[in-house]
Design a protein around this ligand. Structure first.
Ligand code: IMP
Ligand code: MG
Length: 180
């Protein structure tokens, strides 16, 4: 698995620092609110598990699973809900927890659906942001861990063809792996 990695962008220690900073910001901003963390599966699962333990105010959690990919490295914009939330969003300050904000098509779709369910507020927290790749104008990261250039990254929950999610760091996948 390691032989497929070109370089490491964020080590385990750096990711821990990033998640601690985000947790501290969120804990401050959501004092006295009714926080619900919505994890977008599967990519955000490790980030979610670490982030929620850095949040020092009460929060509820829920999970939704969407699939959006036409091919293995590019978003299609056609998003399907594979697993919906269990919790009714009314009265909640929803914070969507995502692994990476790329074209933004996936979150644009999720945001519209969740907004129609009338949460008290809704914001987005993403571990990684690829701002160069954005094609929608209604989605931005209210909380962002780190920016990455236009390269395909894996690890810490992020996959290529369902693999590499269990790497403890974020690294760039060698082009030969997905161009062959
Ligand atoms: P978007 O709809 O183009 O913003 O795609 C968002 C989703 O694509 C993310 O939640 C990831 O699952 C996936 N994705 C985008 N870029 C990468 C990447 O570099 N590595 C792994 N998955 C990615
Ligand atoms: Mg994802």
């Amino acid at each position: 698995m390691l032989k497929d990695i070109e370089k490491i962008y964020y080590s385990e220690a750096q990711l821990k620092e990033i998640v601690q900073r985000l947790g501290a910001e969120i804990s401050e901003d959501y004092k006295g609110k009714n926080l619900l963390l919505v994890s977008v599966l599967k990519g955000s699962v490790i980030f979610m598990a670490d982030l929620m333990r850095e949040i020092k105010v009460p929060c509820a959690i829920d999970f939704m699973c969407v699939s959006s990919y036409a091919n293995k490295t590019e978003s299609s914009g056609v998003v399907k809900i594979v697993k919906d939330l269990d919790i009714n969003l009314e009265g909640y300050d929803v914070l969507i927890v995502e692994d990476i904000l790329d074209s933004g098509k996936t979150l644009s779709y999720i945001k519209k659906i969740l907004e129609s369910r009338k949460p008290k507020s809704m914001k987005i927290c993403t571990l990684l942001d690829k701002p160069e790749r954005r094609v929608v104008d209604d989605v931005w990261a209210d909380y962002s861990g780190a920016e990455v250039p236009d390269e395909f990254v894996v690890g810490y929950g992020l996959d290529y063809d369902e693999k590499y999610r269990n790497l403890p760091f974020i690294g760039v996948l060698k082009r030969e792996v997905y161009e062959k």
